[in-house]
Design a protein around this ligand. Structure first.
Ligand SMILES: Nc1ncnc2c1ncn2[C@@H]1O[C@H](COP(=O)(O)OP(=O)(O)O)[C@@H](O)[C@H]1O
Ligand SMILES: [Mg+2]
Length: 435
């Protein structure tokens, strides 16, 4: 990006390069579909017929016959080629492209020579007419810069961006968005039919462009952050409820004696209410991990899903959850012996974080404490799904590695989260009695 002093003097304008880009984009769009190819063939045939019978339409007579014929031919040639060129150009230039580029220019979202990205296509999702997909020619602006400037792009174009990713080649970027007038609902109730049929896909809530979910068989662990009252516990329970329904074995560490989990949870999950039991259970989980290693190796498969496809006795998934991991791992003010106990717990959690994925062993951890030292690097860095509700800069930074949750989630919101894929969503609210 260029600095503020320079950017006002620079402008995409209608230079030759842009004309060529839209012209070739038009050609690509025409020839991409069969219908486009057929229409252009018909157009070409019509032009040839028109050309062949040009003197029947304008009959040259009298003096300077040859000159008149020449002028008629030249005129028709100019008309046909201009109409063809302008039509292809207009097909290649999406509606509103010019104002979009101008708006990006206005906010200084330009490359080093002052060119703003160029809109190449704009399409509306077939299944959800709210979702708009914009494809841009980047003019060398890297994807990371798009992500860093997401807020500014959103307000310049009056959209909510749901996803930004690289197009077919590194010179284009796809922006999935909805109109800026769309609002996320503050309350969306969970219903049974939302439960995903897909193997261990966990549904979290509704984003601007539809349902937001994570598949824990692909991204095994989850870290949820947010200040008190942001909706962490409800989200954690939403995740665990779906894991229960999908047949996982759940362990919940809760040193408050399990009071945050009404009796129904105690019948479906194992609650671990003190350090000793927690450590014992974690050791049994990592022992199970080691024995699964052997089982998978013997069966010659890479992961639990492959194993279960043919196994008579299927392996179930194991989920270890904790609603306030800082309470479990905080070592401040503890005796040496107590610290050692916690270090042992930490070491078991690290093994699960590093190796759990293939063996169907998962961590779902939540925290409200903005204290980086609590969650050691090995655990934190191996948790790929990070979700943060309303939070201050420090907590957002710890959970998401950026301050986006603090910038984008209103201080009054409940159940509103930002996932590290960049999507904002309203988590489903659910009644614990349906467990
Ligand atoms: N998904 C949600 N939708 C609407 N309101 C919610 C949602 N999640 C939480 N809330 C509201 O926020 C309150 C606090 O939620 P809770 O999960 O206990 O927060 P935390 O665990 O972060 O302190 C709930 O009692 C409820 O009123
Ligand atoms: Mg809570």
């Amino acid at each position: 990006m260029i600095d503020n002093n320079n950017k006002s003097s620079l402008h995409n304008g209608w230079n030759m390069r842009i004309i060529v880009i839209y012209f070739s984009n038009g050609l690509k769009r025409i020839f991409r579909k069969n219908s486009g190819r057929i229409i252009s063939l018909l157009y070409l045939t019509a032009c040839l017929i028109f050309w062949k019978y040009r003197y029947l339409i304008w009959k040259p007579e009298g003096l300077f016959l040859n000159l008149k014929m020449f002028i008629i031919s030249a005129l028709i040639l100019v008309i046909i080629s201009s109409v063809t060129f302008v039509t292809i150009f207009l097909i290649g230039m999406p509606f509103g492209a010019s104002s979009i580029s101008n708006n990006l220019h206005r906010i200084g979202f330009v490359n080093s020579v002052g060119e703003a990205p160029l809109l190449l296509s704009k399409s509306i999702d077939k299944n959800n007419s709210k979702i708009i997909t914009l494809e841009f020619k980047t003019f060398g602006i890297p994807l990371s810069e798009w992500a860093d400037n997401q807020d500014r792009i959103e307000s310049a174009l009056n959209i909510h961006i749901d996803e930004i990713y690289e197009g077919k080649n590194c010179r284009s970027v796809i922006v999935k968005c909805v109109d800026g007038e769309n609002r996320l609902s503050d309350y969306i109730e969970w219903s049974e039919n939302l439960l995903s049929d897909e193997n261990f896909e966990i549904v979290l809530g509704e984003g601007y462009s539809g349902r937001v979910s994570v598949n824990i068989s692909k991204i095994p662990h989850m870290l949820i952050g947010g200040s008190t009252g942001s909706g962490k516990s409800v989200l954690l329970k939403l995740v665990l409820m779906q894991c229960v329904k999908k047949g996982a074995k759940i362990y919940i560490a809760d040193f408050k004696g399990g009071v945050d989990f009404p009796p129904i949870w105690h019948t479906k999950c194992s609650l671990l209410t003190d350090e000793k039991t927690l450590h014992k259970v974690l050791v049994s989980i990592t022992d199970e991990l080691q024995s699964r290693k052997q089982i998978l190796r013997t069966a010659g498969v890479a992961n639990i899903d492959e194993y279960n496809r043919n196994a008579k006795k299927k392996l179930y998934r194991i989920v270890f959850a904790c609603d306030e991991i800082a309470e479990v791992l905080d070592k401040t003010g503890l005796s040496k012996q107590q610290k050692d106990e916690i270090l042992k717990i930490e070491s078991e959690l690290s093994i699960i974080a590093r190796q759990g994925r293939a063996f169907g062993i998962h961590l779902v951890l939540a925290t409200q404490r903005p204290d980086a030292a609590i969650l050691n690097g090995q655990i934190r860095n191996n948790i790929d799904t990070r979700i943060c509700g309303r939070a201050d800069n420090v907590l957002s930074q710890i959970i998401l590695d950026n301050t986006d949750a603090s910038d984008k989630i209103a201080k009054s919101s409940q159940g509103r989260f930002l996932i590290n894929s960049g999507k904002i969503f309203q988590a489903y609210w659910f009644d614990e009695n349906i467990l």
